[in-house]
Design a protein around this ligand. Structure first.
Ligand code: PLP
Length: 392
């Protein structure tokens, strides 16, 4: 069968193979601990579910504007003002089917064939694939581990060519949890303004920061504001991954083009889910605070425990809910070529599923999600230690 070239070039999700294997082992009765999840282990707060139910009973079950319901766009604009110091009118906001869809539309709207998009590594798995779907060229810049997995302005500058269209920033980061400081963002912004490139700022983990503060790069001045598209959503802060509501805010022309694109593909994000998102953003925030406390407690236990295992080192993630551990020495000691082989053997022998870093651009790291119970993490770390000791 001949499929279009654009899908032939797509890489399948790197988490898929390990997840499929974990499922298979579970189906055979094995006690598998899954540390691969990219979503909170809490249910959506009750008041949000109730808002969706109310909306459906009130007849909000029909199409909406492609950009989303006006109440939600207004609430998002207000949130961006209050939390992020950003002034947007509702027509500068588009509601999308998750932040992933916002990012997809942005690349479709900004990137022409052959245009380059700078992606710092380690990166979230979908960025390069989405750039390729827009016929763009991903250009990787290494966020060095010794620099907390962050890129420097010098590195950014060196990667820019006359084909560069945009850079994508993700703070806090999936997979590393790294959070850029205000000064670091200002230095990157200066380069982008001077070299005239777009900034796509994926701020989906904004609310999950344990050390430091979140800064929206678009808030750092009018010139950077004019060339930034800020992306966010309700999936991670409100445990709403399945509701599929994200959003983007930026220059009117870009947002209008994104709306036009949505109008011919998704039409609108699911209507009751938009009402649920409205409640999430405007309603009580206690559940978020509670979830954040649990994540912090798990992180504080997990990172020292990982570092105590010979051959594994792990930096402190300042945000999100992932530990990105360097397993190079453990791989070498055990004769594993890379983290893929290491993670596969770990799953096989100890029934612990972690995501190898290859898909994030780092073949000697693993990503461990701590969006799981402390008990499960403790058992998983004991198993990882046993595995490493057996292979050293
Ligand atoms: N951006 C990053 C960095 C993510 O980790 C994710 C989800 O894993 C997303 C965007 C997409 O989130 P959603 O489409 O659920 O809003």
């Amino acid at each position: 069968m001949r499929l279009a070239k654009r899908v032939q070039a797509l890489s399948p999700s790197p988490t898929l193979a390990i997840t499929a294997k974990a499922k298979e082992l579970r189906a055979h009765g094995h006690d598998v601990i899954g540390l691969g999840a990219g979503e909170p282990d809490f249910n959506t707060p009750e008041h949000i579910i109730a808002a969706a139910e109310r909306a459906m009973r009130a007849g909000h079950t029909k199409y909406t504007a492609a950009a989303g319901i006006p109440e939600l766009r207004k609430a998002i604009a207000e949130k961006l003002r209050a939390d992020n110091g950003l002034t947007y009118t509702p027509d500068q906001v588009t509601v999308t089917v998750g932040a992933k869809h916002a990012l997809y539309n942005i690349f479709q709207v900004l990137v022409d064939p052959g245009d380059e998009v700078i992606i710092p590594t380690p990166y979230w798995v979908s960025y390069p694939e989405q750039v390729k779907l827009a016929e763009g060229v991903p250009v990787f810049v290494e966020g060095k581990e010794e620099n907390g997995f962050k890129i420097t302005p010098e590195q950014l500058e060196a990667a820019i060519t006359d084909r560069t269209r945009a850079v994508i920033l993700n703070s806090p980061s999936n997979p590393t949890g790294a959070v850029y400081t205000r000064d670091e963002l200002a230095a990157l912004a200066e380069v982008c303004v001077r070299r005239d490139i777009w900034i796509i700022s994926d701020e989906i983990y904004e609310k999950l920061i344990y050390d430091g503060e979140h800064v929206s790069i678009a808030s750092l001045g009018p010139e950077v504001y004019a060339r930034t598209i800020t992306v966010n959503g309700v999936s991670k802060p409100y445990s709403m991954t399945g509701w599929r509501i994200g959003y983007a805010a930026g220059p009117r022309e870009v947002i209008r083009a994104m709306n036009d694109l949505s109008s011919h593909s998704t039409s609108n994000p699911t209507t009751p889910a938009q009402y649920a998102a409205l409640e999430a953003i405007t309603g009580p925030q206690d559940a978020l605070e509670e979830m954040k406390r649990a994540f912090r407690q798990r992180r504080d236990w997990l990172i020292p425990a990982l570092n105590a295992i010979p051959g594994i080192t792990c930096q402190w993630p300042a945000g999100a809910f992932y530990a990105f551990a360097n397993v190079r020495e453990a791989c070498e000691a055990g004769g594993f070529a890379d983290a893929d082989a290491w993670a596969e053997a770990l799953l096989e022998e100890e029934k612990v599923a972690v995501v190898p870093g290859t898909g994030f651009g780092c073949p000697h790291h693993i990503r461990i999600s701590y969006a799981t119970s402390l008990e499960a993490l403790q058992e998983a770390v004991a198993r990882i230690r046993r595995f490493v000791e057996r292979h050293s």
